[in-house]
Design a protein around this ligand. Structure first.
Ligand code: SF4
Length: 269
């Protein structure tokens, strides 16, 4: 099927696989940070079926919705994998709650960011320790804070390469994939939740709202990130860190080959 941008879903899937082939081969140990959101279910399906050399993990903040835990169980049943879970440090949570209350994140942006740091950023650092690359399900059109991300960039904060194979996928690409391959997804998506994080910081959106409008809805969209994916990262020269797969004859997608596109390198705008 042809997409709005004239690139078929099959071609986009082939491109993701070309990138993941390279990551599995050249960046071991590489790990996929799985939030069990819709985009991450695409990558869960691809990686679980085709990339045994790429590990997975998830972050349990302690405030996740029940539907996310149910999806974790579905994934375990469907793919025969139990995704390792990283939790926040108990002492940090106890200190935060003692000082700010259980829902202190509503009181200020600083307290919200402190909660995200304690429950997400610090466990992420532990999960990434010793890895050479991590993989995310970020898409460029998810939020203003994600416009400047690259499909492959050096994550200076965590000291490893970061790959976002779905960066140029549209939301409809994601849902077409999930339907085509009958991939399980979070039941909250059927209740108007487009982006799902912690229960107290996520709400359903109304028609016409931005897909991430339901995350930290009380904050300005320009600053809505939890710290896992900072907008301004130091991007190392991608051309020197990512092999030229097209030149090596490994580009699997004729449409992209015709355009001279190299997986792992940005599309020309
Ligand atoms: S999303 Fe909300 S509850 Fe979850 S870590 Fe961030 S501030 Fe805390």
């Amino acid at each position: 099927m042809k997409r709005d941008d004239d690139i078929s879903l099959d071609c986009k899937i082939a491109e993701v696989q070309t990138l993941l082939d390279m990551v599995q081969k050249d960046y071991a140990p590489a790990v996929f940070a799985n939030s069990f959101g819709a985009e991450d279910m695409v990558l869960t399906d691809v990686i679980a079926r085709h990339y045994p050399g790429i590990e997975m993990f998830t972050l349990d903040t302690g405030r996740l919705p029940e539907e996310t835990y149910r999806l974790m169980k579905e994934v375990a049943d469907r793919y025969g994998i139990r995704v390792p879970v990283y939790f926040p440090e108990p002492a940090a949570v106890e200190a935060y709650v003692a000082q700010n209350g259980p829902n202190g994140f509503y009181d200020s942006v600083d307290l919200r960011k402190a909660c995200c740091h304690m429950r997400k950023v610090e466990p992420l650092k532990r999960a990434l320790r010793g890895k050479r690359a991590w993989i995310t399900g970020l898409r460029r059109d998810q939020a203003p804070t994600r416009k400047n991300l690259a499909e492959s960039e050096f994550d200076a904060e965590n000291g490893l390469q970061k790959f976002s194979p779905l960066l140029d996928w549209s939301l409809s690409d994601v849902w077409d994939y999930l339907k085509q391959f009958n991939v399980p997804y979070n039941a909250l998506h059927d209740k108007g939740y487009t982006s799902i994080g912690c229960a107290p910081c996520t709400r359903a959106i109304t028609p016409g709202e931005d897909v991430r409008a339901g995350r930290w809805w009380w904050e300005n969209p320009e600053i809505k990130e939890c710290g896992l994916h900072p907008d301004k990262q130091r991007v190392i020269a991608i051309s020197s860190s990512v092999p030229d797969l097209a030149a090596a004859g490994q580009t699997q997608c004729p449409e992209e080959k015709a355009r001279g596109r190299v997986p792992g390198k940005p599309r020309a705008s």
